[in-house]
Ligand binder design. Structure first.
Ligand code: F6R
Length: 261
């Protein structure tokens, strides 16, 4: 795994936006996998600003979001449909027909999941998958002990995640119990995964993901199997990494074509 450590959340967002921009500039029809949550918000703001300045365009791009709550109306303040419009889609030159988010209100949720997988395949797969990490090591909404080869499906959130996400709702009881999420198997098929983590509250999960054993107890550790994953971390999220100086050494010795800055 490629590990990039930056001073703070702002400099993480900066380099993450540059990685996304590279795909938008270099690919004819880039397919981006998108995440929600608080971590990518700053990166989305930087991408919006680059789009406004004419430095990048999303007009040729297709997107697939990782996940959505089951049962929240799309215009609910905490639905990921609403999040994506507010944090990205309403501010960039993307055609809404090119964006995809699982429909948590589909009359047949299982069919929705199967169709979501088909839609990703029809676009030729995901070029760059953006990910955040839960404090329990989840990616998407793939919670501990779930299958490490799962596909897009309906999952039940752990009480830990419900507690973590309650900050966005009035209280725990408002957080939906069920979600649709791309599976770990779906995520591992992306060409490149870009996982972002900021803050001390993520440091244990980050250490387990990068340096721990590959185990369903930490679903993000499955990324150790992935052919190309870049982890962008701030100093706080990286504080428990045992090989921190090695990761910095590797980055300092990147060849020109490996540089993002
Ligand atoms: C969101 C998602 C989740 C979040 C994770 C971290 O689409 O898939 O895995 O990335 O829960 O959330 P934040 O960034 O809010 O700490």
């Amino acid at each position: 795994m490629e590990v990039i450590i930056r001073e703070n959340a702002d400099s993480c967002a900066e380099i993450a936006a540059k990685i996304v921009a590279k795909y938008l500039r270099e690919k004819k029809s880039p397919v981006l996998g998108l995440a929600t949550g608080s971590t990518p918000e700053k990166m989305y703001r930087k991408l919006i600003s680059m789009n406004e300045k004419g430095e990048i365009s999303f007009s040729h791009c297709t997107t697939f979001n990782l996940d959505e709550y089951v049962g929240l109306p799309p215009d609910h303040s905490q639905s990921y449909h609403r999040y994506m419009k507010q944090n990205l889609f309403d501010h960039i030159d993307i055609g809404m027909g090119s964006t995809h988010i699982p429909d948590g209100n589909a009359p047949d949720l299982r069919l929705e999941c199967l169709n979501y997988e088909k839609a990703i395949k029809n676009e030729g797969g995901i070029d760059l998958q953006i990910l955040g990490i839960g404090s329990n090591g989840h990616i998407g909404f793939n919670e501990p002990i779930g299958s490490l080869s799962s596909r897009t499906w309906i999952k039940i959130l752990t009480q830990n995640t419900i507690k973590d996400n309650a900050r966005f709702f009035d209280d725990d009881s408002q957080v939906p119990r069920h979600v649709i999420t791309m599976g770990i198997g779906t995520i591992l098929e992306a060409e490149h995964c870009l996982i972002l983590a900021c803050g001390k509250q993520k440091s244990m999960a980050v250490q387990a993901m990068i340096e721990g054993p590959i185990t369903s107890q930490c679903p993000s550790s499955a990324l150790q199997f992935h052919k190309r994953t870049t982890a962008v971390l701030d100093e706080d999220a990286a504080c428990l990494l045992k090989l921190k100086s090695h990761y910095k050494w590797v980055e300092e010795n990147h060849l020109d074509w490996q540089q993002y800055d």
